[in-house]
Design a protein around this ligand. Structure first.
Ligand SMILES: C[S@@+](CC[C@H](N)C(=O)[O-])C[C@H]1O[C@@H](n2cnc3c(N)ncnc32)[C@H](O)[C@@H]1O
Length: 290
């Protein structure tokens, strides 16, 4: 690939998705775009870039989709889900007795394991959430991962990665070689295509936002812009979770870390979390790998 073609593709990707492609990632670009070039009946990158230069939007979307990294798993890193159960839910249940409503946003949800893990945690709290309404909105830039997420059908390999056996048996039914998530969990999650670079105000206000393992792909200005927009979608006493390699420190003033609770952030100036009733992890989560 010529340096000019690489520069064109890297710029297109940054403008349309925020994803940063450094020159050492040329191999990634080549391996991920080659099938796309072939499927369009084109012969090489020069022809491919020429087609993009004509303003072919659907091809540009395909480039973005091909370049996203969709790595995810059920109960990824486990700790955030334990914190939701043991810290966030008690605080929100105390704070929302007036409305008895909870809205959760899972931004950059990939193939759905993350929002469904949250839905399973909340379902386990059925007794405490009796007479409450709760909803999870799960979004991603890539329509193909959302289609898979919506189907709720996972391979044996996928369910073995992080999903505790009691939860698998409780919430899934065997479907041939795969596992089908039951409707009662699926219908709690609403999937939508959303680009984090776009205006996010239409999504409304949330009590809890998971924005995990996506900021790592952006440059500092893009991280700040996204975090600042996300801060407007979070209730003043809400909670934000980032991935283990992500932080707000040195990026934005809109959020501050919750002391001693790694990975949780709150809007700057939020009232401190009320004293937490100490709870043990649920049987399913207790057995999950840390
Ligand atoms: C590594 S996955 C993270 C999935 C999940 N949050 C987790 O932690 O397991 C990153 C996801 O971010 C999505 N993504 C990348 N750029 C995006 C953007 N500009 N807007 C929305 N989603 C984006 C990708 O499509 C991909 O599914």
């Amino acid at each position: 690939m010529s340096p000019l073609d690489f520069a064109y593709l890297a710029d297109l990707l940054k403008q349309r998705s925020g994803l940063i492609l450094t020159p050492d990632k040329e191999y990634l670009l080549e391996s991920r775009l080659r099938p796309l070039i072939r499927s369009r009946g084109l012969t090489d990158f020069r022809e491919f870039v020429s087609a993009l230069r004509t303003g072919d939007r659907s091809l540009a979307n395909d480039v973005v989709e091909a370049m996203t990294t969709n790595e995810t798993s059920f109960f990824r890193d486990i700790k955030p889900f334990q914190l939701v159960r043991n810290v966030v839910l008690p605080a929100l249940l105390a704070a929302r007795t007036g409305t008895r409503q909870l809205r959760i946003w899972c931004a950059a949800c990939s193939t759905g394991q993350e929002p469904y893990s949250l839905a399973m945690v909340l379902d386990d709290e059925r007794a405490r959430l009796d007479a409450w309404t709760w909803q999870i909105v799960a979004t991603d830039i890539a329509p193909s991962v959302l289609t898979k997420a919506q189907n709720g059908l996972y391979s044996q390999f996928e369910v073995q990665r992080g999903l505790p056996t009691p939860m698998l048996l409780k919430h899934f039914a065997k479907a041939g070689d795969s596992w089908q998530l039951k409707d009662e969990i699926r219908r709690k999650v609403m999937f939508r295509t959303v680009n984090l670079l776009d205006d996010l105000r239409g999504l409304g206000r949330f009590d809890l936002i998971f924005l995990r393992n996506v900021l790592i792909y952006f440059d500092p200005d893009t991280k700040r812009a996204i975090l600042d927009k996300v801060s407007h979608q979070l209730a003043a006493d809400g909670f934000l979770f980032l991935g283990g390699a992500e932080t707000v420190i040195g990026v934005t003033e809109a959020f501050e870390p919750v002391p001693d609770q790694r990975g949780i952030y709150r809007p700057t100036g939020a009232t401190p979390i009320p004293p937490i009733m100490s709870k043990t992890a649920p049987p399913g989560l207790a057995g999950a790998r840390a």
